[in-house]
Design a protein around this ligand. Structure first.
Ligand code: ADP
Length: 328
């Protein structure tokens, strides 16, 4: 695509050190403008250090100047002001409600919308992202910081499950778990704008220290429609509210089951409970995901397709950027 336009192709030959992709594929630049012999290029260098920024600028300038008819090149470097990516916590009151599934699919759906996103699996009790995204490999470290693992889905990811043997993390006490979580968050996330954090279920010490130390910009709460899950979810909501972390909304997962043989819809966990709860608490209800064999199979195969989670990604995008997001 990009190679059809010589200006775009020139910038594609400049590699973004964070993603290993050309600047346009990495969404750091769009096709530069040319007027007469002058080319203007705007490059987003968010998350890169000074050396990397200089290298990109020089390389881009050289590539563009090498094109026939180009006499002068102006390169403008832009960067977000924030110190690092913003964190969006995906949380639930208890385990088994599909929090990790929602976190993975939400990250992928955001990526499909062109948002630079990473995924942190902080679920100490059952780190499942390495399996969900088929990336059960040990991450490397550079300069004392972990380098997120690239996954087939395109979302870079770090998980406690990649750092310890299965089952080991659960035995950790507060400070140890806290240190491990720090490593996951303070990693080489490069140009990621947001990190989706798959939180441990519940409201214990690990959750508290995560919230206090790495204060998320916002949280998404996942619940099944059952009363019991909803009571737990309310506790999780309370924890975030006390820490003044805004709630983007509640997702109802495993809502309604379509029988693959006869198509009849049944509601093994009830129906609409989370929506009613959201209304009661005055929180947005941002999506209902059915109990679906396809979702379970895609998760087990390590490549969630995320199509059913696009609406939730829209809600998150609208929250992140109310003016830019399309209204639905
Ligand atoms: P949690 O993170 O809340 O413990 P998981 O995301 O690990 O929950 O999900 C628990 C199990 O339920 C997994 O086997 C997962 O594949 C399955 N699952 C989650 N959501 C759905 C869904 N909407 N339809 C079918 N299976 C689901």
């Amino acid at each position: 695509m990009a190679s059809q336009n010589p200006l775009a192709a020139a910038l594609e030959r400049v590699i973004d050190p964070a993603s290993g992709k050309g600047l346009i594929s990495a969404r750091r630049a769009s096709v530069p403008r040319q007027s007469g012999g002058t080319v203007d290029a705007v490059i987003d260098v968010s998350g890169l250090d000074a050396d990397a920024r200089d290298a990109i600028e020089q390389h881009a300038r050289a590539e563009l100047l090498g094109l026939p008819g180009v006499e002068a090149v102006r390169v403008a470097l832009t960067a977000e002001r924030s110190a690092g990516p913003r964190l969006i916590a995906v949380a639930s009151g208890k385990g088994g409600v599909g929090k990790s599934t929602v976190a993975a699919n939400l990250a992928i759906a955001l990526l499909h919308k062109g948002i630079r996103v990473g995924l942190v699996d902080a679920d100490i009790y059952g780190p499942s992202q390495p399996r969900l995204l088929d990336a059960d490999v040990k991450p490397e470290a550079h300069d004392g910081k972990l380098v997120p693992v690239q996954t087939k889905s395109g979302v870079p990811m770090l998980s406690l499950g990649q750092l310890v043997a299965p089952g080991q993390a659960v035995a950790w006490r507060g400070p140890m778990a806290g240190k491990a979580l720090d490593q996951l968050v303070d990693a080489h996330w490069g140009a990621a704008e947001i990190l989706i954090v798959d939180m441990p279920p519940g409201t214990g010490d690990v959750q508290l220290s995560m919230i206090q130390k790495h204060k998320p910009a916002a949280a998404v709460i996942v619940s099944t429609p059952q009363d019991l899950a909803l009571i737990d979810a309310e506790r999780a909501i309370d924890l975030f509210t006390k820490a003044s972390v805004p709630i983007i909304g509640i997702v109802e997962n495993m809502a309604g089951y379509a029988c693959p043989k006869c198509g009849e819809i049944s509601d093994p966990f009830g129906q609409g409970g989370a929506e009613a709860e959201a209304a009661r608490l005055g929180l947005p209800f941002i999506g209902r995901i059915p109990l679906s064999i396809d979702i379970r199979k895609a998760s087990d195969a390590g490549l969630p397709d995320a199509a059913q989670f696009a609406g939730i990604a829209d809600a998150v995008e609208r929250w992140l950027n109310p003016s830019a997001a399309a209204s639905f």
